[in-house]
Design a protein. Structure first.
Length: 265
């Protein structure tokens, strides 16, 4: 579980972090004195639970929670404050809890036991891939941003191959249908590969790609994917398919046809 704690008073924050560490010793705890630093963190990292002071300079805890919810709707919020007056505002945000200072290990245990949004236990899956509809890649609930369109398309094609290896020539033909395979195109392809790997590395997921000499593939065991779940007979994945598969890419039509036959035969 990834927890953040935000309080603009240094001693109060240190105390909260210490009590959290005693209450949840196996969790990762990220402390923030500046609410704006916490907001930037939430925009780029999946967070399960946030403990927020209410009275903070520059951005109070209520407004900070609203911004957190805009970025990660399922984040659990527990307000920690010396003032009981904000309880109504807190629960209008569907907060998971409201603690008065000083907090204790017991009070934290009590609030965590009844979180509004259940925390999904982490698996060995590094990333989540959405293929039904448009193609998207997520680190937790945060979409990965590929800086090049073709880097994202390359990863999409590797996902479509379901772990089967593809050569540089094959992949280049997919990405640049109208260009002859040449040394300059090989160099351009390597740039695309490097950019793809950089994006995956930002999510600590670069090891989902396997590179061997002239072949590239993905390790499907490290990827949560609706298409793979569909093939494994997962009922939720099957029901989530509405007729579109990687609608961003024309080469995906073959798999779209395959999925159609699986549904209708």
């Amino acid at each position: 579980m990834n927890i953040i704690a935000v309080d603009d008073e240094e001693l109060a924050l240190a105390y909260l972090v210490r009590i959290l560490g005693e209450a949840e010793p196996d969790c990762q705890i990220q402390p923030f004195l500046d609410p704006f630093d916490a907001l930037q963190y939430v925009k780029s990292h999946p967070v399960d639970l946030a403990f927020l002071d209410v009275e903070m300079y520059g951005l109070n805890g209520i407004d900070l929670a609203k911004r957190f919810k805009d970025t990660q709707p399922d984040i659990n919020i527990i307000f920690v404050t010396g003032f009981p007056d904000y309880a109504v505002d807190a629960f209008s945000l569907h907060a998971s809890g409201y603690l008065l200072k000083p907090v204790s290990v017991e009070s934290i245990h009590s609030e965590i036991a009844y979180l509004r949004n259940p925390i999904v236990k982490k698996t060995d899956k590094k990333i989540r891939v959405q293929t039904f509809g448009s193609f998207e890649v997520f680190n937790g609930s945060i979409p990965l941003e590929f800086s090049r369109i073709k880097s994202k398309e390359l990863f999409a094609y590797l996902i479509d191959r379901k772990g089967a290896g593809s050569t540089t020539a094959e992949l280049s033909a997919i990405l640049w249908e109208d260009r002859e395979y040449s040394i300059s195109l090989q160099k351009q392809f390597q740039t695309i590969v490097s950019d793809m790997m950089k994006t995956l590395k930002s999510a600590d997921a670069d090891d989902v790609v396997i590179k061997k000499r002239n072949f590239i593939s993905v390790d499907t065991s490290k990827i949560e994917c609706d298409y793979y779940n569909f093939l494994n007979g997962d009922v939720r994945a099957i029901n989530s398919y509405a007729g579109e598969y990687m609608s961003n890419y024309s080469w995906a039509e073959f798999t779209t046809g395959f999925l159609y036959r699986q549904i209708h035969e």
